[in-house]
Design a protein around this ligand. Structure first.
Ligand SMILES: [Zn+2]
Length: 178
């Protein structure tokens, strides 16, 4: 446990799919913070691709993980992709990195996609410093849906309690309506 969750819903779900016969699972983490626990769990595994878009660990939690040169180990070499972005990142810059991550997932050709969705990339989030707006989450959901993969969405962070509902709804509507 590194400060937030005791149980890793995305990792538990990935193991479940693999146990049910899936050969490969991809996890896309769009929470503001690097998914250090998920990376650690699957770092030496080739059957789970982990892709994380997050704030640069030079300025933000978890500080010691989430750098681009962390690409996996042993059998997992090449199955870990970190895309850190600076504070102040807006949707246009974010979307550019998201497209890169989706191309990597497409190439990996997983049986299932698990999305670790965090609403703490929101512009008014009190502990985060990206500038994503509510309407952007709809586009984010729609773009992820374009992968055409069976997808499980897990709720991760989000600390602006007045807007978290609309931001989750925007993401789900975007994912569902395209
Ligand atoms: Zn977070």
């Amino acid at each position: 446990m590194g400060g937030y969750s005791y149980l890793n819903s995305a990792a538990i779900s990935a193991e479940y799919f693999l146990g049910k016969g899936a050969k490969k699972v991809a996890i896309l983490d769009v929470d503001y913070h690097h998914g250090n626990g998920t990376q650690d769990i699957f770092y030496e595994r080739e059957d789970v691709l982990f892709v994380s878009l997050h704030a640069d660990p030079a300025t933000d939690y978890p500080f010691y993980w989430g750098h681009p040169d962390e690409t996996g180990l042993n059998a997992g070499t090449g199955s870990n992709l970190n895309l850190p972005m600076p504070r102040g990142t807006d949707w246009l810059k974010y979307r550019n990195q998201l497209s890169k991550s989706l191309e990597t997932i497409h190439q990996y050709s997983p049986d299932y996609l698990i999305v670790s969705y965090g609403a703490d990339t929101f512009i008014d989030d009190p502990i985060s410093f990206f500038e994503i707006k509510t309407a952007d989450y709809s586009e984010m959901g729609a773009i992820i849906n374009e992968l055409g993969l069976p997808t499980l969405i897990c709720m991760e962070g989000g600390y602006d309690l007045t807007s978290i509902g609309v931001n989750v709804k925007a993401f789900l509507n975007g994912f569902d309506n395209c």
